[in-house]
Design a protein around this ligand. Structure first.
Ligand SMILES: Nc1ncnc2c1ncn2[C@@H]1O[C@H](COP(=O)(O)OP(=O)(O)OP(=O)(O)O)[C@@H](O)[C@H]1O
Ligand SMILES: NC(=O)c1ccc[n+]([C@@H]2O[C@H](COP(=O)(O)O)[C@@H](O)[C@H]2O)c1
Length: 172
């Protein structure tokens, strides 16, 4: 039995993430999705709460054969203990998936195997692009699974990101 760990902010969970999970499902029996920066929400860069992101992921994967667990992971000031922090919050895992250079370095130094995934249609399947379209009234729905659209509509997510973007100096 192999269990993987895929970490991301998932702001929001989009079709690129979904394709990564489909690819990973060919390599592992179970997958933990680590919801990074779990304490962040209500900014243009991180509009959605950990709870909303759990709903996006759980509902998008409800028909998948893969056993998945969504686990919120808050950020720490000390990178040196981040892997221990992750391991303390997550079901045990054998291999981590990330393309983030810092994440790859921290897991590798801690002796955890890391695999990178190919990029899918990255020119549009990027959280920043999805959020920009939400703020600007563009066509964001086709970049995310249908279940994610439903969660965002249910939580008033578009109105929220548009409002916080008017005052938010936290970047894009
Ligand atoms: N289109 C994609 N194809 C493959 N992997 C992706 C894609 N988009 C993101 N990823 C990977 O998924 C992981 C989590 O990404 P993250 O949640 O930061 O999304 P992002 O699209 O890069 O968002 P943002 O623009 O907000 O930084 C990272 O390792 C990232 O490289
Ligand atoms: N010290 C820390 O808290 C620490 C270190 C490395 C990564 N992370 C988090 O891991 C996640 C990585 O995801 P992305 O690849 O989507 O950036 C982010 O939420 C990032 O904040 C946190």
């Amino acid at each position: 039995m192999t269990r993987g760990f895929y970490i991301g902010r998932f702001q929001p969970y989009h079709n690129g993430h979904h394709s990564v999970v489909e690819t990973i499902s060919e390599e592992v029996d179970e997958l933990v999705l680590g919801i990074g920066s779990a304490g962040n929400s209500h900014t243009r860069h991180d509009p959605f709460t950990a709870g909303e992101r759990i709903m996006m992921i759980t509902k998008s994967l409800v028909d998948s054969d893969l056993v998945t667990y969504a686990v919120p992971i808050e950020d720490l000031d000390r990178n040196s203990v981040w892997v221990s922090h992750v391991q303390s919050m997550s079901p045990e895992f054998d291999v981590a998936y990330s393309n983030n250079p810092l994440v790859i370095q921290l897991f590798t130094e801690a002796g955890v195997e890391v695999r990178q995934s190919p990029m899918f249609n990255r020119d549009v399947l990027e959280g920043t692009e999805v959020r920009d379209r939400m703020v600007e009234g563009g066509d964001w729905e086709k970049l995310v699974p249908e279940a994610v659209t439903e969660v965002i509509e249910e939580s008033g997510g578009i109105e929220r990101i548009q409002r916080v973007s008017q005052t938010d100096s936290n970047g894009v």
